[in-house]
Design a protein around this ligand. Structure first.
Ligand SMILES: [Zn+2]
Length: 232
């Protein structure tokens, strides 16, 4: 298992390259490219939210408590809430993630369980895609891929080797085979992860339909009549 510093040292340059290429090759706005680079870096640390190793995990939940309200900012601004309601809502989201979600997560998660898996990586991308409201689907996709890229780098690094960046030693990991996976021995953990993935995937498809004004889902999979799909 690579260390916190090891993951940071791997994900940060990866984010730099990802953001740099998007800016230079695809003409992405530099600020958005930098946001993507930052999300790749954070994504590279995310899977270890399930570890009990103290400070980095607390830091990560603090970071998530700030980042999630920021990602939701555009969406909330579009909803025309009053300033007071917005402020209260953002404070509530911060407190909820920092103190409630972090404790529940710690109780429920097992280190190297389903949180270290490919479906969890997809969930992280879907959360970013859904939370970040932007007129450009390309920008939202860019940011969703950014966090998934970082997440994947973490899984691969965990899977491949134990990297000690202080001593520059690389050796085969005794946990090899437990990070880049689709299922865990826990049926409940696996089922819960896939249920979350399906629910978020469904919301993402509805979101794409709404923003693009097209229908992707068959009528049998709709909870509401298709006439409810209308552009924002
Ligand atoms: Zn890990």
């Amino acid at each position: 298992m690579a260390s916190y510093k090891g993951h940071l040292a791997f994900a940060a340059p990866l984010g730099f390259v990802y953001g740099g290429m998007a800016s230079s090759q695809l003409g992405m706005d530099p600020t958005t490219a930098m946001l993507g680079a930052a999300l790749t870096t954070v994504g590279g640390l995310l899977p270890d939210l399930d570890s009990d190793s103290g400070v980095p995990v607390r830091e990560l939940f603090s970071l998530a408590a700030v980042l999630v309200p920021l990602l939701m900012w555009r969406r909330l601004m579009n909803a025309n809430f009053s300033d007071e309601f917005l402020f209260l809502f953002l404070v509530c989201v911060y407190v909820l993630i920092r103190f409630v979600v972090s404790r529940v997560f710690k109780k429920l998660s097992v280190h190297r369980g389903m949180y270290h898996s490919i479906p969890a990586m997809l969930i992280s991308g879907l959360i970013v895609y859904l939370a970040y409201h932007h007129p450009s689907a390309q920008t939202r996709l860019f940011l969703a891929i950014a966090v998934m890229l970082g997440f994947l780098s973490h899984l691969v690094l965990d899977e491949m080797c134990s990297v000690d960046f202080n001593g520059f030693t690389i050796k085969l990991n005794k946990y090899a085979g437990s990070a880049v996976k689709f299922f865990s021995p826990s049926i409940v953990g696996t089922a819960t992860t896939y249920l979350i993935l399906i629910a978020l995937g469904y919301l993402a498809v509805l979101d794409v339909e709404r923003t693009m004004g097209t229908e992707l889902l068959p009528a049998s999979l709709r909870l509401a009549p298709s006439s409810a799909v209308k552009p924002l």
